[in-house]
Design a protein around this ligand. Structure first.
Ligand SMILES: NC(=O)c1ccc[n+]([C@@H]2O[C@H](COP(=O)([O-])OP(=O)(O)OC[C@H]3O[C@@H](n4cnc5c(N)ncnc54)[C@H](O)[C@@H]3O)[C@@H](O)[C@H]2O)c1
Length: 339
């Protein structure tokens, strides 16, 4: 498909400014509409150049919309994705893909039936630091990866969180929100999907009906292991990094600080990186795939696998047992093919 692609953003909340920025940075796309049940938010994001809607179904009727970016509470991902695909649009849906495997399956079926692309926005693997970490690990420079520790500590910020985020029934909690990122980036650099999990997910800091702390041990199909440790504390020290221990050395990367370091004589030495706006890279990947010039870095089947792992960890918390992950995930090529 050549020519300009019109973009509709559904959900003008916290993250949506990054989506609008991605549209501005992606050649051949233009923001034409924004929908949010809060009209003031839709109007603020739409600005002068786009039209604001309260009802996203009305916006979907526009023939100049070819791509829909969905940034909604997690329990709305499936219904809005399926409606958008049925309206003939390509979809960029935020992670996690959905709240259940059945929802993921309906989304995948809808994309197949509509013959449209469905991209799940696992943004962390589009950061320069993650891409460079994967390149180094694949090069064999520090030997073969054995395990990774993925650690993300941050303030929960309960006073600024929307109500849906405090309720697991609406897809809320840190695990679905950030666990999705952590599992994806760690699996991607270690180059494997997940075979089984043992986890604890709780809410020790705030006592809410969604989680604010998680620890998971992942056994990967390629023999590597990973720990995922996440906290949304009341007070503490922020950290967001992945450390990979290999047979011939170690590396550490931190997407938000744009940092990648490899061990040298017993200490980490940083390597230079050129920062990229990861959401722009994601949208450019989708647009390239729509035009037949690129392949999707994240397939819907991978998004489904991540949901399976997230839910497997919840099941392990309930049962106290290790849980086998039934789905197989195929890692997309982003980074490997482009850098
Ligand atoms: N990729 C990333 O790095 C990243 C970062 C933050 C959030 N996210 C994801 O983005 C999504 C949104 O998160 P957020 O923090 O922006 O949430 P948010 O609650 O701030 O925003 C959601 C918006 O959706 C609107 N909305 C709710 N129901 C609607 C409906 N039926 N129709 C239209 N609009 C509706 C709300 O009014 C709100 O403005 C989530 O999937 C989250 O995981 C991704």
């Amino acid at each position: 498909m050549s020519g300009e692609l019109g973009v509709l953003i559904i959900g003008a909340g916290r993250v949506s400014r990054a989506h609008a920025h991605a549209v501005r940075e992606t050649p051949g796309t233009r923001l034409v509409a924004v929908a949010d049940i809060a009209l003031d938010r839709a109007e603020a994001l739409a600005g002068e150049g786009a039209t604001a809607y309260v009802d996203y179904l009305q916006a979907l009727e526009r023939s100049d919309v070819q791509v829909v970016m969905i940034a909604l509470p997690h329990n709305l991902h499936e219904s809005v994705t399926v409606r958008s695909l049925r309206a003939g649009k390509h979809v960029f849906v935020e992670k996690p893909m959905a709240d259940t495997i059945e929802e993921c399956d309906r989304m995948i079926d809808a994309a197949r039936l509509a013959d449209r692309l469905l991209f799940v926005a696992h943004t962390q693997r589009y950061f320069a630091s993650t891409i460079e970490a994967k390149r180094i690990l694949q090069s064999g420079e520090i030997g073969r990866p054995i395990f990774a520790t993925d650690t993300w500590y941050k303030a929960f910020g309960i006073e600024t969180r929307p109500p849906w985020f405090l309720d697991r029934a609406q897809g809320g909690g840190m695990w679905l929100m950030n666990g999705a990122h952590m599992i994806d980036r760690t699996c991607w650099v270690l180059d494997s999907d997940v075979e089984s999990v043992k986890a604890w997910i709780g809410s020790p800091f705030h006592g809410i009906s969604a989680d604010d702390a998680n620890i998971a041990l992942l056994r990967l199909r390629n023999g590597c292991h990973a720990t995922i440790v996440h906290a949304g504390f009341r007070r503490g020290v922020d950290r967001c990094e992945v450390e990979v221990t290999c047979t011939g050395g170690m590396l550490l990367f931190d997407s938000y600080s744009n940092r990648l370091a490899v061990d040298e004589a017993g200490a980490y030495r940083s390597r230079p990186l050129t920062p990229v706006h990861p959401m722009s890279a994601e949208l450019q990947n989708l647009v390239g795939a729509i035009r037949g010039e690129d392949v999707l870095g994240v397939t819907p089947e991978w998004g489904r696998h991540i949901v399976d792992v997230l839910l497997g960890c919840e099941e392990s918390t309930r049962t106290g047992r290790e849980v086998t992950i039934r789905s197989r995930g195929i890692l997309g090529p982003v980074g490997a093919s482009r850098h």
